[in-house]
Design a protein around this ligand. Sequence first.
Ligand code: F0G
Length: 358
Amino acid sequence: MTMRPRYTGLIDRYRDRLPVHDDTRIISLGEGNTPLIRLNNIPRIIGKDVDIYVKYEGLNPTGSFKDRGMTMAVTKAVEEGSKAIICASTGNTSAAAAAYAARAGITAFVLIPEGKIALGKLAQAMMHGASVLQINGNFDVGMQLVKEVGEDAPVTIVNSINPFRLQGQKTAAFEILEELGCAPDFHCIPVGNAGNITAHWMGYSEYHEHGIVNSRPKMVGYQAAGSAPFMRGEMVDDPDTVATAIRIGHPQSWDKAWVVKEESVGWFDECTDEEILKTQKLLAMNEGVFCEPASATSLAGALKDIETGKIPEGSKIVCTLTGHGLKDPDTAIKQSAPVLTVKATRDEVTKAILDNMA
Ligand code: F0G
């Protein structure tokens, strides 16, 4: 048997590109190193000659890309002597904060919008022992409160306004470049606070500046139509969408994301809830890849832009799938065909099989 080195997470892997010291205690759950899956069936279904890859960030330890940022943010919080972290969240950040705080042996406080967080994410925060504070306000209200509380309470904020978060998240771009051997033509990504699109651009730009690759992708950020401040050109006070992860009207990385759009010669666009859910299902049914609704926004947008030719045939495209489908079982079950109830006899089960053969 040939041994290979144990994968110990993205900080160890990209140590020389991240702000850690040799003696820093790394808080890791083996995050990063997620699969870049080439879509085999969807290009054929849409009848277009495109090379589409999905970066399946749902396969991180807590089921979303947030783990990339959280390993860095919690590692640095612990290094600085912090005993507690806090975040506002639409669900995934709170799940990651809760898990990495548990791993580090510190306390996590998470503010979540009451009734607007997917079931799996709530279960994670509770199970990892975070102090879950439900507020009767949306993410933007929670974020404002966290910033205010963070001024005097002895807690480290681990939302993406914490610069270490973006440092960790930029490693997704490194992985894509290393696997493709070059930059894709387009990188499509869901946008909420716009931290992740900013972090990816940092990663692409870093490898480009160091001459590791000779081009950078056009960054394309897609929002849910009911929560699309980048399309409206201003903050949205009452965001709404089935993609609760990106139900955000006041993006924290507003200025940074406009710079990404300009520098990469990319664009923003929006997808309706119907388009998002349709694409989530298309991907699950035809490629075997299950992502949460917010994540499907990247592919939903890409498919529209491929259809119109804005993303031309012959392009190499990467779509980030930010979170796992199991995060939101309610939305998945609601849009699926009902389960058949069959009598527990050989005849009835055989009949059900024959009736339902494709
Ligand atoms: N996709 C998923 C699944 C998310 O959870 C988020 C953000 C995004 C996309 C958008 O990323 O904010 O960097 O533009 N979720 C945050 C949270 C807000 O609290 O979990 P972004």
